[in-house]
Structures are given as structure tokens and as C-alpha cells.
Design a protein around this ligand. Structure first.
Ligand SMILES: N[C@H](CCC[C@H](N)C(=O)O)C(=O)O
Length: 294
């Protein structure tokens, strides 16, 4: 029987981005890709991202997080999920051992200082963007990632070319469009996600700049498909927009699930993301879920 049988989880969301939080601190256990897919398949625990808490690795941090997509693949960043973990570690009666209003979380991509702004609102320091082609990563050199060339060209939307590329600990491609709602993202998203220029695939955003401090954004997520919000995509988009002179370094990003405030701080170049969290319910995994999942 899987160690996950009867294990407790929280079903949360950050702006409608579906997040399941699972605490494995105090154990050496690790969720497999098949187990993640099994958790995603149950409507009670379904997620766009599964956030798994592990014991801290770097001294001074509060927890190490592994982040799984619906397809079982792992990501180095999830902005909305990180806010949810912040809430869980400060507020949940079982997971909430943290004292005070700040935490430092860690993923394979780096440290994420997380601060409670009010009851359910959190700011995550998403760190500096990675802008060099080999850090994103792209499969061949581009001296300037503000605009890159891709191989995919769509007969139905030839204007979708020359996206910006940014890593926020996970790879993002941002297409600048006049109307973010004018496209069938479900059809075009997977084609760009798998473009050969993205060796680790990419999260695909359609960004409509509506002012020097406001962007409308829709996202097709690597490994998860269309989500109602993607925090790291919002961060990547404001960085790319500011680099192109389309907005300033601080902007509201309006996603289908609601708004995020993003600031690309001067000085240390860190990107700060502020937005809400919501607890939907808690539950325990049915043992039957993992029959066949190693
Ligand atoms: N929803 C997440 C992003 C998940 C990233 C994932 N789809 C990947 O990079 O594989 C967010 O709020 O940042």
C-alpha cells in the first residue's frame, strides 16, 4: 500500500489556480510521478500543481518544496502554490508550525521568502528572473531574449511569432497580442509548449498590454494545460514587458481567476508577487487511489 494512503491533504487555490498541499516533513518519502497523477485524477484532490513539503535543506529556510504538474512532471516554481503553502504553514492547525508572518521556502530553483500581508494575502519574493538563453533554457543561443525565434508557425495565427522568453525558475514564453481572448489557447498552447526551441518545454502566455501598469494574461501551462491563473507567468510577463518598454516595473496582471500585483524591484532585481489564497477543503487520500501507482 502506498505511504500516501489515508495521508492528509489541503485543497486550496490561488486565484483559481488549483493547488493541493501535502506535508511530508519529518519523513524521507517522496511522491512519484505516477502517485502525483493519481492524486490529480481524484476530483477531491485534483490540482494544477501539487505542492509537497519536505524538511528544509538550506540552513535558515523553513521547508523544501517539490512542485508537481498534473502530468506528474516537476517544476522549479509555482507562484500561486507558494502563497498557498505560506498560508498552510502559518495557519493550518496541522501544518502550521511557523511563527511570525514570514517564511523562507526553497525549491530546486532557489529560495522564496514569503510574507503574510493580511489574512489570506501573501507576497512571495520570486527571486531574480533568469534572462540568458541557456538559463531559460533555450536550445540555441539568442543574444537578446526579449524576442526569440521559434519554429512553430500557425496558419490560423501567423502573428504569433517572436515571443519573449524568461525563466522564473521555470521556463516561460510570452506572446504579445492585441486581444488575449481572441485565440483558442487550448489548441495553440500545446504546439508552442513543445516547440524545439524549448528543450524543457515552456509555459505559454498570451499577454495584452492595456496600460503602462496593467496587462491581461491567459496562460497555457507546461504539464497542466489552461489554468485560471499562473503566478510565475505573471512575473515573467511583467519582466518581459518592462524590458521591452511596454510597461513600467510594477503592474497589475489580470488573469481569468483575478488580479496579481507584480513588482520587479530595482536594485536587487527580485520579482515580488502579491495575491490571495483560498482554502477549499481538507481530506485524506483514499488507499484505492494508488492501486497501480508506484
Ligand atoms: N501555476 C504556477 C506555475 C506552474 C508551473 C508549471 N506549469 C511548470 O513550469 O511546469 C504558478 O502559479 O506559477
Amino acid at each position: 500500500m502506498s505511504f500516501l494512503a489515508n495521508h492528509r491533504f489541503l485543497k486550496m487555490n490561488g486565484l483559481g489556480n488549483e493547488i493541493t498541499v501535502l506535508d511530508l516533513r519529518g519523513t524521507p518519502l517522496r511522491v512519484s510521478a505516477a502517485e502525483a497523477r493519481a492524486i490529480a485524477a481524484d476530483p477531491r484532490s485534483r490540482f494544477d500543481q501539487l505542492m509537497v513539503l519536505h524538511d528544509p535543506v538550506t540552513p535558515g529556510t523553513d521547508a523544501y518544496m517539490r512542485i508537481y504538474n498534473t502530468d506528474g512532471s516537476e517544476s522549479g516554481a509555482c507562484g500561486n502554490g507558494t502563497r498557498c503553502v505560506g498560508w498552510a504553514m502559518m495557519t493550518d492547525p496541522v501544518m502550521g508550525h511557523a511563527s511570525g508572518r514570514t517564511l523562507v521556502l526553497e525549491t530546486k530553483a532557489g529560495l522564496l521568502p514569503t510574507e503574510q500581508v493580511s489574512d489570506r494575502v501573501f507576497t512571495v519574493d520570486m527571486g531574480p528572473p533568469r534572462l540568458a538563453w541557456n538559463e531559460i533554457p533555450l536550445s540555441r543561443p539568442f543574444p537578446d531574449t526579449r524576442t526569440i525565434a521559434i519554429e512553430t508557425s500557425l496558419a490560423e495565427a501567423p502573428e504569433l511569432a517572436g515571443p519573449s522568453a524568461v525563466s522564473m525558475g521555470n521556463p516561460h514564453a510570452i506572446f504579445w497580442v492585441a486581444d488575449a481572448n481572441a485565440y483558442d489557447l487550448k489548441s495553440i498552447g500545446p504546439k508552442f509548449e513543445h516547440d524545439p526551441v524549448f528543450p524543457e518545454r515552456a509555459n505559454i502566455s498570451l499577454a495584452q498590454v492595456v496600460g503602462s501598469d496593467r496587462i491581461i494574461l491567459r496562460v497555457w501551462e507546461r504539464g497542466a494545460g489552461i489554468t485560471r491563473a499562473c503566478g510565475s507567468a505573471a512575473c515573467a510577463t511583467v519582466v518581459a514587458a518592462a524590458r521591452k518598454g511596454l510597461t513600467g516595473r510594477k503592474a497589475i496582471v489580470s488573469l481569468p481567476g483575478g488580479d496579481l500585483l507584480i513588482e520587479w524591484r530595482e536594485g536587487d532585481d527580485h520579482v515580488l508577487m502579491t495575491g490571495p489564497t483560498e482554502l477549499e477543503h481538507e481530506g485524506t487520500f483514499s488507499p484505492a487511489l494508488f492501486a497501480g501507482a508506484a
